[in-house]
Design a protein. Structure first.
Length: 338
């Protein structure tokens, strides 16, 4: 019933005011590319199938907003504030839906979950979904300023990853804030973006969600749950893993994972070719002492590197350094033999 009220609020308020422009601030208090990134844009294809407005894979069918995701589910506990993108009046609030810990799929009937809708006048309404239960700080009829906190990102409604779903509509028509127009196709003409220039918000075809090394296998469940569970390598004989979590890859892209020894030379290198467009992309390599033709890890500083290529050109490179422990005398063997 409460999802129906949200839809009705859009219809009533959006049909009673004259046209005018709008400028939007950031909808979430995070740093794009560092603590958050866009996983899904507005679906630009009006029919079946989905493409983002640059004809990329960062959308799903009939997605009517922008999903600002956190790196993993554990980030929720840090309390990322949801912010009003423009001055307005609160026309609807939901704050009693449970945080289900991402146990429900995106098509769950609870939909938007805990939410706020703002009326900005001139036919503009903004919607903020998947807030944490009991975190909403505003009430119906309240006036808010640009940047005013509305609540905190949570796990309510139909979601399986931590994010704010933000939508902007004019006269009940979905508007893509990156193009300033309603979606009519991924190659359709665009107008001026609605985002203020100082937000720095622009289309990002791919984003690094996570990368590192781990002594435990980087399963999808662990990567989605908490990157801190991917503990640093330890032990003289134990293998470790180099792992990668990307958003937005296309057919023809590629990613290379590498490991470097204390001498600075690579001893493992594997190239992963992307064979189809994907919103989520994960890859990993297992590394063990035998890759260096030794029985135990030589002590010193090791490095792992990921390089992501688009159209054969390097688009991203990240490295992480870590130490493997010095072997004890008992482990070295007679005469220092390894």
């Amino acid at each position: 019933m409460k999802t129906t009220i949200l839809a009705a609020a859009f219809c009533v308020a959006a049909s009673s005011v004259p046209a005018a422009g709008i400028e939007l601030g950031m909808p979430i208090d995070c740093v794009i590319g560092e603590t958050c990134m866009v996983q899904n844009y507005v679906d630009a294809e009006p029919g079946a199938g989905a493409k983002d407005f640059e004809c990329g894979p960062l959308a799903y069918d009939n997605h009517q907003g922008t999903d600002f995701r956190l790196r993993n589910r554990a980030e929720i506990a840090k309390g990322y504030a949801v912010l009003a993108t423009a001055p307005g009046t609160v026309v609807n609030v939901i704050d009693d839906q449970p945080d289900h810990g991402f146990a429900l799929a995106q098509d769950n009937p609870f939909g938007c979950g805990n939410a706020v809708i703002l009326d900005h006048g001139a036919g503009w309404l903004s919607q903020y979904c998947h807030l944490g239960r009991g975190t909403v700080r505003v009430s119906r009829g309240q006036s808010v300023r640009t940047g005013e906190p509305l609540g905190l990102v949570g796990s309510s409604g139909g979601t399986d990853f931590p994010h704010l779903h933000y939508a902007i509509r004019r006269f009940n028509a979905v508007v893509n804030p990156y193009t300033g127009v309603s979606p009519t196709g991924c190659d359709a003409p665009a107008a001026k973006p609605l985002w203020r220039a100082d937000t720095g918000l622009e289309y990002t075809p791919s984003a690094l969600v996570g990368f590192g090394v781990s002594r435990v296998f980087p399963s999808l469940d662990i990567v989605k749950q908490d990157h801190s569970l991917l503990t640093v390598p330890e032990g003289e004989r134990a293998p470790f893993y180099v792992w990668l979590h990307l958003l937005g890859v296309r057919e023809g892209d590629s990613a290379r994972l590498m490991a470097f020894g204390p001498d600075g030379r690579p001893f493992v290198s594997e190239l992963f070719d992307v064979t189809e467009d994907k919103t989520i992309y994960l890859a990993n390599i297992g590394v063990e002492p035998s890759d260096m033709d030794v029985a135990r890890w030589p002590p010193g500083e090791y490095r792992a590197r990921v390089t992501f290529y688009v159209d054969g050109e390097e688009a991203l490179r990240e490295e992480v350094a870590f130490d493997l422990p010095v072997p004890s005398p008992e482990d070295v063997g007679v005469g220092g033999e390894r």
